[in-house]
Design a protein. Structure first.
Length: 318
């Protein structure tokens, strides 16, 4: 039997799971849509039932699953295995996710923030291994961030439950409303949710429905000026945030992932202009900005690595 773990990526609308072996191979995947009823129990049932299905697949494929790692969108206390708060999964507030799932599937469970899982995945299997110190940014439904220092994902002060939340750093004081309640966060400009809200608020495409970043990307490919302008706005906001982060931290490399990053070609010039304008101490020609080569598997692989680290005793949750 092959020694494996399950990696999961739990967002506001979907959860994805993968059986992964120690050689970084993804053996099988499963995706579910999450229904939000407001009940923590309903949320857990959906996750447990998906995991049971994945465990059945594992048995059929002769895989010995030894632990589960989950990256979850939100503020997560990885040491204690608790989701403190998640704007996109509000029913999970203060939920002891690791313990509750462990008692149902009878297997050790480790959890972390989904952007931290992205960082672990990049370090383990992607371009994150090329650099010692770098900033990870995921442009998805929201904007996630992770900080890798000396090859390790930095999880913030002990028990604080977040680190490198670049999506909720301010790029325009008094700017657009963010779902977190503040004004002018990067997420309001450069996430899929933020961009779609801009489109709806200003009725930018009165003749058609544009409700995903993929549709917007396809419009940009046809040369649609409105789509190009929206990616330029996103790129500029991203550049301001990265300029501040690089100047603050003394790092100069970033890996960008998430669905919106497929439009990187349309964002990059504006990002670089903003870096040139706002970055101190660094020149543009020493900066490295890369898009993730792992695509949407980065967070799944990273969650699997979280489980492997947990088994090896190198994760603080024993
Ligand atoms: Zn915010």
């Amino acid at each position: 039997m092959k020694r494996t773990v399950i990696g999961g990526d739990i967002g506001g609308t979907h959860a994805r799971f993968a059986i992964v072996d120690e050689a970084k191979n993804i053996i099988s995947t499963e995706k579910i849509r999450i229904r939000h009823t407001g009940s923590a129990q309903d949320f857990l049932e959906q996750i447990v039932s998906a995991l049971e299905k994945v465990l059945n697949t594992a048995r059929a494929r002769d895989c010995d699953v030894q632990a589960i790692g989950l990256g979850i969108a939100g503020k997560v206390d990885s040491e204690r295995g608790i989701v403190i708060f998640s704007p996109n999964i509000p029913e999970a507030r203060n939920l002891t996710v690791a313990e509750k799932i462990c008692s149902r599937v009878n297997m050790r469970v480790f959890i972390d923030n989904d952007a931290n899982a992205f960082g672990r995945g990049e370090v383990w299997a992607g371009d994150g291994a090329l650099f010692k110190d770098w900033l990870g940014i995921t442009l998805g439904t929201g904007v996630g961030g992770c900080l890798v220092l000396s090859g390790k994902v930095w999880t913030g002060e002990e028990g604080i439950g977040f680190a490198a939340e670049i999506g909720h750093t301010t790029v325009y004081p008094g700017g657009l409303q963010c779902l977190c309640g503040k004004l002018g966060c990067l997420e309001a400009y450069a996430s899929e949710g933020g961009i779609i809200r801009m489109i709806q608020r200003q009725n930018i495409f009165p003749e058609k429905q544009v409700s995903t970043s993929r549709q917007l990307y396809e419009l940009a490919l046809t040369g649609d000026e409105r789509a190009l302008e929206l990616f330029k706005i996103a790129g500029k906001a991203l550049g301001v945030a990265i300029a501040n982060a690089f100047t603050l931290l003394g790092i100069r490399k970033a890996i960008i992932g998430g669905g919106v990053s497929r439009a990187w070609v349309f964002m990059e010039p504006a990002t670089k202009d903003a870096l040139r304008e706002h970055m101190s101490m660094l020149d543009l020609d020493e900066i490295i900005l890369k898009t993730s080569t792992l695509g949407d598997t980065a967070a799944l692989l990273g969650a699997a690595k979280l489980a492997l680290d947990g088994l090896a005793g190198t994760h603080p949750r024993k």
